[in-house]
Design a binder for this molecule. Structure first.
Ligand code: CA
Ligand code: CA
Ligand code: CA
Length: 297
C-alpha cells in the first residue's frame, strides 16, 4: 500500500514524486458515536474522541449536539472509568471512578468519586483535588467538552473502559440523562474501550530497487499499538542524504507492505544506495531507523 507524501525536502536538485495510490485517512484519535435527538432536556452527546500522548496524558473530548459554551447550573457531564479494565471490580460493568463536571457557568465544579465497595456507591474522594489543573482537568470550547488526566491519576490499564453521561436536573429527582454508549444506562453493561498508545512503532525497511529515470517503490513494513503511523524516508549515499520523503498518517497493519515512490534522477550513477525509514505514531513515539539497500540499475 502506498503512503501519501506529506512534504518533501529535495537536496542536490533531485526530483521527488510522492506516492499517490491507496491514501489512508488521517486519524489522530479513537472516535465513538452516540445517537442524537434522544437526550430529552439533557445535553445530547454526539461524538466522543479519546487520544493520549507519550507521557500518558489522556483527553476525552465530548461533543454535544445541543449545547455550546460552558454548561449552565443544573447540568452535569459525567465520565465513568473502568480504570483497571477489570469488570469484576467497581460498579455495574466494572466502573471504578466517576469524574463529574457540574455546570455552573462560567466555571464548572469538578469532583472525582471512587467506587466504595462497602457502601455500594461512588464516594467523593477529596484526595484528587490538589492535583486538579496539574494532573487532571476539564475545559470547554464551543460544543466540545474535554476531560483530561494523566494515566497515573487513575493508574489506567493499557486498555481501559469508560462510559459518558450527560444529565440535566428537572424538578426534584427528575433527571434526563443521555448515556453513551446507550447500553450503559443502568442497569446496563455496555462500555466504550480505549487502548492507550504506549509503545513506539516498529519499522523494517525492505530491500528495493529501481531504474534511473523511473520511479522506485521504497518498501517497508510497520506496526504500532495504535495502528496508525507516519514515516520519514531518507535516501542516502554513504552518510549523505540525497532526498527525504515524509508520509501522512496511515494504517500500520502487521503483515502488510507499504511503500513510497521516489523518482530516480536520470543522472544518478548505477550502484547501491541505502534508504532509512523512521516511523512516529500520533502519541509522539518514534521508532528506531531501519535501513535497507536501494539498488539503482
Ligand atoms: Ca446522544
Ligand atoms: Ca474495574
Ligand atoms: Ca504507539
Amino acid at each position: 500500500m502506498s503512503r501519501l507524501a506529506l512534504a518533501f525536502a529535495c537536496l542536490v536538485a533531485f526530483v521527488l514524486i510522492p506516492g499517490v495510490a491507496g491514501s489512508a485517512p488521517a486519524r489522530s484519535q479513537t472516535s465513538y458515536t452516540d445517537r442524537t435527538g434522544e437526550a430529552g432536556r439533557a445535553p445530547d452527546i454526539q461524538t466522543i474522541a479519546v487520544a493520549n500522548d507519550r507521557e500518558g496524558a489522556t483527553a476525552i473530548d465530548i461533543r454535544l449536539a445541543n449545547r455550546t459554551g460552558p454548561l449552565p447550573a443544573g447540568e452535569y457531564l459525567l465520565v465513568y472509568l473502568d480504570a483497571d479494565g477489570n469488570s469484576a471490580s467497581g460498579a455495574g460493568s466494572g466502573l471504578d471512578f466517576l469524574v463529574e463536571a457540574l455546570g455552573a457557568a462560567p466555571v464548572a465544579e469538578l469532583r472525582i468519586y471512587r467506587w466504595d465497595l462497602a457502601r455500594r456507591e461512588f464516594t467523593f474522594d477529596p484526595s484528587f483535588a490538589p492535583a486538579y489543573g496539574r494532573d487532571w482537568g476539564y475545559s470547554s470550547s464551543g460544543s466540545l467538552y474535554r476531560f483530561s488526566f494523566k494515566r497515573a491519576v487513575f493508574n489506567l490499564a493499557p486498555t481501559f473502559r469508560f462510559v459518558v453521561a450527560a444529565e440535566s436536573t428537572g424538578t426534584g429527582t427528575n433527571f434526563d440523562t443521555d448515556w453513551a454508549p446507550d447500553g450503559a444506562a443502568p442497569p446496563g453493561t455496555e462500555t466504550f474501550s480505549y487502548r492507550l498508545d504506549t509503545q513506539p512503532p516498529v519499522v523494517r525497511a525492505v530491500a528495493s530497487s529501481g531504474k534511473r529515470g523511473k520511479t522506485a517503490k521504497l518498501s517497508y513494513r510497520v506496526t504500532d499499538d495504535s495502528g496508525v503511523t507516519q514515516e520519514k524516508i531518507r535516501i542516502l549515499r554513504g552518510s549523505r542524504v540525497l532526498a527525504t520523503v515524509s508520509t501522512t498518517p496511515g494504517p500500520a497493519t502487521p503483515g502488510k507492505s507499504y511503500f513510497v515512490n521516489w523518482k530516480i534522477p536520470k543522472s544518478l550513477k548505477k550502484g547501491v544506495l541505502r534508504f532509512c525509514v523512521t516511523s512516529t505514531d500520533e502519541a509522539g513515539f518514534a521508532s528506531k531507523a531501519s535501513c535497507a539497500p536501494l539498488k539503482i540499475t
